[in-house]
Design a binder for this molecule. Sequence first.
Ligand SMILES: [Fe+2]
Length: 400
Amino acid sequence: MSVISKIRVAINGFALPLINFPKPFTFVGPDSSLSMCEEIVGLGIKRIIIITDGPLFKLGIANAVVDKLKGAGVEVDVFAEIEPDPGYELVLKGVERVKAFKADAILAIGGGSSIDGAKAVMMCHANDCHPEKLTGIWLYAAPRKRGLPFFAIPTTAGTGSEATIAAVVTNKQEGIKYFIADPKVVPSMAALDPKLMTGLPPFITAPTGMDALTHAVEAYISTMAYAETDELARMATASVMRNLPMAYSDGKNLQARERMAVASCMAGLAFTRAGVGYVHAFAHQMGGLYHVPHGLANAIIMPYVLDFSKPNCAHRLADLARIAGIGAAGNSDEQLADAFIARIRQMNADMQIPTVIKDLKKDDFEKIIERAFTEAHGTYGVPRYLTRDDARAMLAKLMP
Ligand SMILES: [Fe+2]
């Protein structure tokens, strides 16, 4: 960890609270996706392209939205080809569809991959470029054009992508995930419609929900956190810890689904400002190398990173324990931090989330560490820096 990287993080920590990050106008509640469609029609949109994934579309989840838009006289095309971890080629294919259809707006419907893929399509279309040209953190300094009017309907409660300035795209040849980070990718409107989430099976509800929790926790312990992100992260943490077990065990519980959707969005607003940390930096490598789903990798890795980070952020983890109702009066910060990490391990166990990355190979350790450090150092405000030896020891614990 170089001095320059530490200075970069310090500058970010100073500048981030001064930046006015855009927020989507958000519709919340059952059928809020249809309310948002009415607003889209009211904007005078005539030709909208829906970007989503094939299996989701075949399940009919987008049907009511498509019918609503068509019923109001809007021409609708559906690009239902988004795959998990969308790659450059897929993004370029989406751009061609947007051009061929002559769309005047883009609506993303789906999980993080669909929304991230749609963000990348929108930006590549507007700037007539390859996605590789857009990767990196540029914020307002980037001389890029704003894309078509963009809206999002998340169908999982986890990524918070509807609220973030980031899109993750994968270079499939290298097996590396890259960020497009730009405030211009934030949708102008988003709908958090729990009715579209009741069909999610428990094995998707669990890791996506833990992704939201990771966003909230990493934003809260970040050295770049500030008052606004603290508030969002605390509320999101408490809500996920209370509602995720309910959404997992009873997927039809509309109230738990809605609260998870709101928590996920709040966690998205928090981490897009305060950043994430090592959990994400290592989880991205597990996704790129072994195709471990993002939320699952986060859920598995989070307790190990928190164990390591605790000496420098016990008081912050203790705050989260208190607000989530974990621990007892009179407990020290250290005890509360331990109880908080133990609760995360218990949530994982209750939701059948493993404790190790089954495909992790010792031969890949150096590559993983190199890439995770490149991603994290100088970018994320991690509370305690890993040395290479620390990272090797942590990865050893993640071995099957
Ligand atoms: Fe995430």
